[in-house]
Design a protein. Structure first.
Ligand SMILES: *Cc1c(COP(=O)(O)O)cnc(C)c1O
Length: 351
């Protein structure tokens, strides 16, 4: 019997059910272990990571490796590629990813080929000669969708491994390994943790070779998660389903209601998830809005119980093709009416 993902999010990564066993795996603060076992040293393993990895692995149906951040997980994937490798990557990928690839490109380490993920044929045409195709869907912050089955099938036929950054959708809304991807990446900092209180990353794969390589790389590069951080993310995942359900319902409502406000040029919402992009006419009006709310906090990052938003182009590293007036809104679990009233008042003030 296979349980629903909402159940696995609660039941996975628990200690064995023997009398007086704790329900939760404790936070294991240990740099070293008694010799003769499999783990030996704190850079190679920790029971708090294992519980979290079992749970994320169950949600994506694969084997999970956790890292100190989403970016550390991304680097662990990239480091498996040969020098000068061509990487097909969305032109609107997460800005940190694009900044990292730009730096590597300057040194000749990689050759990134930027694509519009919505243009499936163009992505497929860019595959020959690539060592990796990196997808993000929906993209951050433009909320564009990629045809993951079509692109990963073409990549497989061309012998190109595929990675999907599934941070925005989470396995509850999209399971890229089922859609043909070789590797899934998560910034567990966001919806998994869900409370804006820790940073952690994860990779999930069904391919033993990828698994062995990224585990080995983690042990040597040392970008390991802290035990307390792993505990916090696992605690966050326990409530992921209800948080996401509430936040996504509010996001859909806000996307519809805010679209008709005269200060809003365009609302982007892919129809699922809890991120909404509000495009205002220019940077000044967007900046005025993010300064005018009482409930929604002006902060970067996303996926917390608290609603946050920011004008993305305030970051120099953000793609120049993202509109200057685009505000990325991460919808939390506050009462939907309060969020609507707060945002409408801020948009009125910005006019
Ligand atoms: C935040 C984010 C990352 C980077 O993750 P960190 O945990 O901040 O290192 C990668 N991809 C996406 C889509 C993100 O939103």
């Amino acid at each position: 019997m296979t349980e629903h993902l909402q159940t696995l999010a609660v039941t996975s990564g628990r200690p064995a059910t023997e009398p007086d066993a704790p329900l939760n795996v404790p936070v294991t603060l240990a740099s070293t272990y008694i010799g003769g076992g499999d783990v030996a040293y704190g850079r190679y393993g920790n029971p708090s990571w294992t519980a979290l990895e079992e749970t994320i692995g169950a949600l994506e149906s694969g084997r999970c490796v956790t890292f100190s951040s989403g970016m550390a997980a991304a680097v662990a994937i990239l480091e498996q590629l040969p020098h000068g490798a061509k990487i097909v990557v969305p032109r609107h990928a997460y800005q940190g990813m694009l900044a990292l690839l730009r730096e590597h490109a300057e040194r000749g380490r990689f050759e990134p080929t930027l694509v519009d993920v919505q243009e499936t044929d163009a992505v497929i045409q860019a595959l020959p000669g690539a060592a990796l195709v990196w997808l993000e869907s929906p993209t951050n912050p433009a909320l564009e969708l990629a045809d993951i089955p079509a692109i990963t099938a073409a990549a497989r036929a061309a012998g190109v491994p595929s990675v999907v950054d599934n941070t925005f959708a989470t396995p509850l809304l999209q399971r890229p390994l089922d859609l043909g991807a070789d590797v899934v990446l998560h910034s567990a900092t966001k919806l998994f943790a869900g409370h804006s209180d820790t940073i952690l990353g994860a990779i999930v794969t069904r391919d033993d070779d990828w698994y062995d390589r990224v585990v080995g790389y983690r042990s040597l590069c040392g970008a390991i998660p802290g035990a307390l951080d792993a505990f916090l993310v696992l605690r966050g995942i326990r409530t992921l389903a209800v948080r996401l359900e509430r936040a996504a319902a509010t996001a859909a409502m806000l996307a519809e209601r805010l679209a008709t406000h005269p200060a809003v040029v365009e609302v982007r919402y892919p129809g699922f998830g809890q991120i909404v992009a509000l495009v205002l006419s220019d940077a000044a009006s967007a900046d005025a809005v993010v300064r005018s709310t009482r409930i929604v906090r002006h902060a970067t990052s996303l996926g917390g119980v608290e609603s946050t938003f920011e004008r993305r182009r305030r970051w120099e590293t953000e793609s120049p093709t993202i509109p200057e007036g685009l505000i990325r809104l991460s919808v939390g679990i506050e009462h939907p009416d309060d969020l609507l009233a707060d945002l409408l008042a801020a948009l009125d003030a910005a006019r």
